[in-house]
Design a protein around this ligand. Structure first.
Ligand SMILES: [Zn+2]
Ligand SMILES: [Zn+2]
Length: 295
């Protein structure tokens, strides 16, 4: 049987938005996979073959956290840019799936939990929303205009309620390959894959800081149509973002804060030099005046 899957098995594809549903502080990230699997099994009533894809702007998520998540068998996808990108991943996943499939989205982003998009696919849908998020509030309202999928799980509760049921099954099951390859990491901005055999953790984090990736970011970043200037740009770090959300993530990052602090210190230093030179100029002109009065 291809991939060792039994035809009577169910299959579930899980799309986890790490930006709006992060791993809660103090929670062991290596157990996220087990918690999701356990929660699905209880909900569906039987085990399923679970593939989990963690999505989002992964650039400012600590490397050790990503490594632990990746090592538990979750594929990480950086830079999901829009609904069409997500649609592409769903299509790829569903094209290679068995007849009986579920999909689960874990997000507080309407663009990912967008009912018209998910409605294009025949699989059964499940949703997890964060407890204080926007979408759970909408899902709990009966107004059909809000058009969000019902909330099946609250993200934080899913993790805490299923923690005891997780096992140390690290590396035993990997998410299903996408696009015929077995990536642990995907950079969707550059369409680049990092596979298991080639020290992917290090290569991925190096890639995100590399020149090639930065150049690609400049290419895709939104620009003002009237003057061609970047719409979401950090001048301190020379960093272009494709959307405002990603610029905000950048501005909150340690990398940006350090660069801003350094720039501020340099600024202060320069202005104190200016003050110093101004004082010297003044002193010189007073001396000149005094000298001219002497004569
Ligand atoms: Zn890249
Ligand atoms: Zn910056």
């Amino acid at each position: 049987m291809a991939g060792g899957l039994h035809p009577f098995h169910l299959e579930t594809g899980v799309w986890w938005d790490m930006n709006t549903c992060p791993v809660p502080p103090g929670f062991d990230p290596r157990h996220v996979r087990g918690c999701i699997k356990s929660a699905l099994e209880k909900k569906i009533g039987r085990p399923s073959v679970v593939s989990i894809y963690a999505l989002g702007n992964l650039e400012y998520i600590p490397r050790d956290l990503l490594e632990m998540i990746s090592s538990s068998g979750i594929t990480l996808i950086h830079g999901l840019r829009n609904m069409m990108d997500f649609n592409g991943f769903l299509e790829e996943w569903s094209d290679n799936s068995m007849d009986t499939t579920y999909t689960m989205v874990i997000t507080d982003d309407y663009g990912i939990a967008y009912p018209p998009l998910l409605g294009l696919f025949e699989f059964s849908k499940l949703c997890a929303y964060p407890k204080d998020g926007r979408l759970i509030a909408l899902a709990n309202q009966s107004n059909p205009r809000h058009r969000v999928l019902p909330c099946d799980f609250v993200w934080e509760a899913l993790l805490s309620d299923n923690y005891a049921d997780t096992t140390d099954e690290m590396n035993s099951t990997r998410s299903k390959p996408l696009y015929g390859s077995k990536p642990l990491y995907v950079c969707n901005i550059c369409d680049t894959y990092f596979e298991e055999e080639f020290s992917p953790h290090l290569k991925f984090s190096t890639h995100l800081k590399g020149e090639g990736h930065r150049t690609k970011l400049f290419d895709i970043a939104a620009r003002d149509s009237s003057n061609g200037e970047l719409k979401h740009f950090c001048q301190v770090c020379n960093y272009p973002a494709d959307v405002d959300f990603n610029l905000r993530l950048h501005n909150q990052s340690e990398e940006h804060k350090l660069a801003a602090k350094k720039a501020q210190e340099e600024d202060n230093c320069e202005s104190s030099n200016r003050v110093g030179s101004g004082w010297r100029d003044k002193k010189q002109s007073l001396l000149n005046e005094a000298n001219s009065e002497d004569h």
